[in-house]
Write a protein that binds this ligand. Structure first.
Ligand code: GLY
Length: 365
């Protein structure tokens, strides 16, 4: 869906009809120190779960209507988690190597200075809500696997046997057919074959490149300058069962400091974890960098930590992508990545409506 259509849909909605007339005026007015803004990875605008509202629109509408910022963001990402068409997050996320969908999520509440997370959670479509329940109802930060599921059950979440859709199961079966025609080869060749076939399926257009390590990160700030964030994912497609990426790791897939801003990531989690780079972005913001430069400096750190030849292209640069979505307390934002082309976008919703804005690349493609 084009940005123009999204903006029309947004401005046409009852809640925002009054804003249409003031948009031009707002653009020329000096902005107040804090203006409500929600940003996310691109799927926060493209996924609507068959309805009329995207993640960033829903979150912005709730936040500007007075809802708690984190409640608004989580209601937004729930749209993507529940959307069977988004094979990177929640229900219908691409499964692990055994065909089981396992989900990771982290959320952080700036004003409350509380965070919660779940990893390798099976059977709950909305892991972000379970992560929030961990923050709100326990003294802990991160619950995993069976324990996370038991906790979710005790909090009243319904547990399903299988979060695959026909689409995610069919893709897994194809991956299995290609990598394991005669049961399993030795583990090393299996891992190599798994990676090769996964990337082949991306190149053939069977899997959206954004869904291979697919994730949604969504960050928001309200008029009081309260900053929150959430990241939620099904993680790496066809991962070794039990693998957890950066998304639920505080400081890696997400970090929020209510005095400064928020950052979150999508892309190759293993690379990000080694630098805890969302925390690093927020620290760079604290030092006075703007969102773009803070994100670029964190990417540069990840690049300098990436030395294994199997992870490098011929030119010595990383052979994978990592993206950061950066939001300051006063509503400035940026989306940055190792690699970005004209298709690479992040989602924004503010007083001008929802739209995609370009990701800025650190490196030439
Ligand atoms: N960034 C998502 C993951 O690596 O699982």
């Amino acid at each position: 869906m084009s940005s123009a259509i999204n903006r029309r849909r947004f401005l046409g909605s009852t809640a925002f009809a009054g804003l249409a007339a003031s948009t031009a005026q707002a653009a020329t007015m000096k902005r107040s120190a804090t203006r409500p803004v929600v940003i996310s990875s691109a799927n926060g605008l493209t996924s609507t779960n068959g309805g009329a509202t995207s993640c960033v629109e829903q979150a912005y509408r709730l936040i500007t209507g007075g809802a708690d910022v984190l409640d608004g963001l989580i209601a937004g990402v729930n749209i993507v988690e529940l959307d069977p068409e988004d094979a990177s997050v929640g229900f219908g996320g691409l499964p692990d190597a055994n065909g089981v969908v396992t989900l990771d999520s982290c959320c952080m509440h700036g004003p409350k200075k509380r965070a919660g997370a779940v990893a390798c959670l099976k059977g709950v479509r909305t892991p972000s809500l379970v992560a929030q329940a961990v923050a709100d109802n326990t003294d802990h930060h991160l619950l995993v696997d069976e324990g996370a599921q038991q906790f979710a059950r005790s909090m009243g979440f319904s547990i399903e046997d299988d979060l695959n859709t026909d689409h995610s199961r069919a893709l897994w079966l194809e991956w299995k057919r290609r990598t394991d025609p005669r049961h399993y080869p030795d583990p090393a060749s299996r891992a190599q074959a798994g990676q090769r076939v996964g990337l082949e399926m991306v190149a053939e257009g069977k899997i959206d490149a954004n869904h291979y390590y697919g994730t949604i990160n969504c960050n928001g700030v309200n008029a009081n300058g309260d900053v929150c964030g959430v990241t939620t994912t099904s993680g790496l497609a066809w991962k070794i069962p039990g693998r957890v990426g950066d998304s639920p790791i505080l400081g890696a897939g997400l970090y929020v400091d209510n005095d400064v801003g928020a950052a979150g990531s999508t892309g190759r989690g293993e690379a990000n974890i080694y630098s805890l780079a969302s925390f690093l972005v927020v620290e760079f913001l604290r030092q006075g960098m703007n969102p773009r430069d803070a994100g670029m400096a964190a990417l540069e750190r990840i690049r300098s930590h990436t030395i294994e030849p199997r992870l490098l292209k011929e030119d010595g640069n990383p052979a994978f992508n990592v993206n950061f979505y950066v939001l300051t307390k006063n509503g400035e934002h940026a989306g940055v990545a190792f690699y970005a082309d004209e298709e690479s976008k992040y989602a924004v919703c503010d007083e001008h409506g929802p739209r995609h804005e370009p990701m800025e690349p650190l490196l030439p493609s």
